[in-house]
Design a protein around this ligand. Structure first.
Ligand SMILES: Cc1cc2nc3c(=O)[nH]c(=O)nc-3n(C[C@H](O)[C@H](O)[C@H](O)COP(=O)(O)OP(=O)(O)OC[C@H]3O[C@@H](n4cnc5c(N)ncnc54)[C@H](O)[C@@H]3O)c2cc1C
Ligand code: SF4
Length: 321
């Protein structure tokens, strides 16, 4: 491990300034400290953002709720109003890792976490994500990798929160230089779709301040995942769904898959296919087929297709249960 400086930022502006000297923001450290110990990150400065004022709270106000970047996943999963109004988000937070991880991991860090591809995580491997010329997973071990990608890297987005937040049409407010900017979840991960080295669209000095959640009438939401282990592991595939529910009819439907693409995966035609119709298992399966129509499995990740289909059906039926 290289020597590094450690500084505690007191304002978002100073955090952004401090990180510019080959620095990295440090929140709970669950991902970043692993990268440093594994020898795949060597920042000169760790900018502790946990003391920043005003970004560790959950606030309900009128039409838009705010979740600060420093809210821990434990606090998010247990927040009674989040559980009541945005159950899909609480469920997604509760499924992350283990209690020890959730006690420390933050919303901002979860959204900005880096690839879990085992080639990327090996200090001696220089794949496309690290500026090399080859994606080793394409012809190698790709069991945990994407079914969809827009570039040579097939490492998927594995943030539970990203999937749930996409289904809730959330916005991410970022300190960018002296200004704050607002990104959709699609924008937050757009660069990961098109560019092998990118994990997301954040610039090195972009600081996530908060997540904004719009309130939609009669909206229900849920998040489900399947994994090899019940705890202490990432999902093989996840699915978040939300909709305004009237009896068994759905409107404003959002179905999103996780761990299958470098971005949370949505298909407009799948959402639209459910609009205003009474939900049946057959209709749910047809929507799943639309979501998965462009799937291109590699040698050992084809099992994700039937897994995703089951999750879509379960998630949609749960919305009307
Ligand atoms: C064993 C294990 C199992 C896990 N299982 C899951 C899982 O099932 N699902 C899941 O989603 N995650 C899982 N994780 C990942 C974990 O949720 C993330 O590592 C954690 O949420 C990161 O949050 P943190 O606060 O610790 O971030 P840090 O490690 O401090 O930071 C992570 C990254 O985010 C950046 N960052 C931090 N805060 C900000 C900010 N405010 N603005 C901009 N960038 C910022 C850092 O610079 C760094 O690049 C698992 C992790 C482990 C170790
Ligand atoms: S999937 Fe991405 S991170 Fe993994 S080996 Fe290929 S280029 Fe590297």
């Amino acid at each position: 491990m290289n020597a590094f400086s450690y500084v505690t930022a007191q304002t978002p502006e100073s955090a952004v300034q401090l990180v510019r000297t080959n620095g990295r923001f440090l929140a709970g450290g669950m991902d970043l400290l692993g990268e440093i110990k594994e020898g795949i990150a060597a920042p000169a400065t760790l900018v502790n953002v946990k003391s920043l004022p005003g970004i560790a709270a959950i606030q309900a106000s009128g039409q838009v709720w705010s979740v600060g970047a420093n809210v821990t996943l434990t606090a998010l999963a247990a927040h009674p109003e989040i559980v009541r109004s945005f159950p899909g988000l609480a469920e997604a937070a509760a499924e992350v890792g283990s209690p020890q991880i959730r006690n420390v991991a933050t919303v901002g860090g979860n959204l900005a976490q880096h690839s879990r591809c085992w080639y990327y995580r090996h200090r001696d491997v220089k794949c496309r994500k690290k500026g090399g010329t080859t994606c080793l997973a394409r012809g190698g071990e790709n069991k945990y990798h994407s079914l969809f990608t827009g570039n040579m890297c097939i490492s998927p987005c594995v943030s539970n929160l990203a999937v749930a937040l996409a289904s809730l049409d959330a916005r991410i407010v970022v300190q960018r230089g002296a200004k704050s900017e607002t990104l959709t979840i699609a924008q937050l991960y757009a660069d990961a779709w098109r560019s092998p080295p990118a994990h997301n669209s954040l610039r090195a000095d972009d600081l996530i301040l908060r997540v904004e959640l719009p309130v939609v009438a009669a909206r229900r939401s849920t998040y489900l995942q399947l994994g090899e282990k019940a705890d202490f592991d990432w999902a093989l595939v996840s699915c978040a769904a939300s909709a305004s529910v009237n009896g068994t009819s759905l409107s404003q439907v959002r179905i999103v898959l996780g761990a299958v693409a470098p971005t949370p995966w949505q298909v407009d035609a799948a959402n639209a296919s459910l609009e205003g119709k009474p939900l049946t298992p057959a209709l749910a399966d047809a929507a799943a087929d639309l979501l998965l129509r462009e799937a291109r499995p590699f040698s050992t990740n084809g099992y994700k297709v039937p897994l995703a289909k089951v999750l879509v059906r379960r998630a949609l039926l749960k919305l009307v249960a």
